[in-house]
Design a binder for this molecule. Sequence first.
Ligand code: UD1
Ligand code: UDP
Length: 444
Amino acid sequence: MRLVNGEETVCEKRSENRGRKARTGVEQTSPSPALDEAVQSSEPCIVRRPDGQKLRVLSVFGTRPEAIKMAPVITELQRTPEVESRVCVTAQHREMLDQVLELFDIRPDYDLDLMRKNQSLSQLSARVLTMLEPIFGEARPDWILVQGDTTTAALAALAAFYGRVKIGHIEAGLRSHNKWGPYPEEINRRVAGVVADLHFAPTESARRNLLVEGIHGSQIFVTGNTIIDALRLVQLRAWDPSPLRDAIQGLDPQRTKIIIVTAHRRENFGEPIIQICEALRRLANQYGDRVRFFYPVHRNPNISDPVHRLLSRIPNIILSDPLEYLPLVHLMKRSYLVLTDSGGIQEEAPALGIPALVLRDVTERPEAVASGNVRLVGTDPNRIVEEVSRLLDNRSEHKRMAQAANPYGDGHAAKRIVRALCMEKAPKTAPAPHQCPDLVGRVN
Ligand code: UD1
Ligand code: UDP
């Protein structure tokens, strides 16, 4: 095993895990065969517009996780000679987005600067729609790419549909089948899916969700999740450990275990975040200097206000500003456990071999639950204390969760996405109607 800064890399961890996949029986990402062949090809893309110009692709995103997951795609678009790549950020997030833009050296062509303190979803949605319209007019993209389930993703997709621009949806097909959890993300992701022309599903089960909803199979590509590409891109980089000073200062790794905590979901506003804090307080008292909680607090005031009020004076709970991505990844690699309601961290933790307890009742990412890396624990303080204690007190239980398979891809998702776009010669806005022989001739 090769070490980078004294730590093993994702790729090597994954290749080590490869042998385990068969044993765990977890379904793996299997990209479409024709596309996979194309991904391996060294031939340049062959798609030219009739006027001989390049394929114009506009990537639109606005929040931290979208930026992290879009970054590998933008890198791939930029190095594809047949593509003219442009970037529009809505800046639904500001500081948290800018951290990622800087890390990946992404310089947006358009910055809508939409973040307002604690703005409502409707206010944000209206501004995404109205401000994107002239940009589509100016950039005249052949495709827009959106990622995931944020309000930026859903509304940018809708704006593109109104502007008759073709839409590629990255991380398509995840479903909790619960309108209120995650809220509003479950419906945001569906909205993007309804208007998308191409669906880049990270896993087979996401592809199946889309098929069940009537999306034609020829419009779906299973690519893996670009978060694994992003992890691979960043972890070989030089990094500045100073943001981790409070997390690791004076730490005896033999005695004290680091537990990372993140939470930000709207369904956890109010009582649930108070309950999460209560669980952390009890665990911090119970385990004393055997644990150190490191909690980079999301900037949403509905989260940051109660978290700072309830946890700021507990010595073994360190609250910090949101961490830059690179130190966060390195801290995750040193941590014993992650407590989170984040979507992205549910995907990263398995890739890094870190157990994750998910502070939610439902998840649209069932693969890592099935593989044993992730466990849903909700927000009841008794349950959280019980599950964390189990992993702290029982090493074999911890080892089992740390060793399971990674179902979210091989780090080549971005390449598959860009290839698929380039191979997509004709617009697929009117797919062939489905054959439903059992409905033919039915009289109500
Ligand atoms: C948003 C997404 C959520 C995603 C999360 C990732 C929606 C509806 N929600 O949630 O799906 O999981 O981002 O983190 O799209 N703020 C700042 N600075 C920042 C970012 C946020 O001050 O850099 C504060 C502002 O007061 C802002 C508030 O947080 O109004 C909420 O931001 P918003 O993007 O609406 O929701 P998130 O909870 O961040
Ligand atoms: N992340 C980060 N700094 C932090 C917390 C999270 O860089 O302080 C990264 C994390 O590693 C993951 C992404 O942000 O890649 C997830 O973002 P978030 O949890 O805000 O959104 P979600 O994935 O739930 O939509």
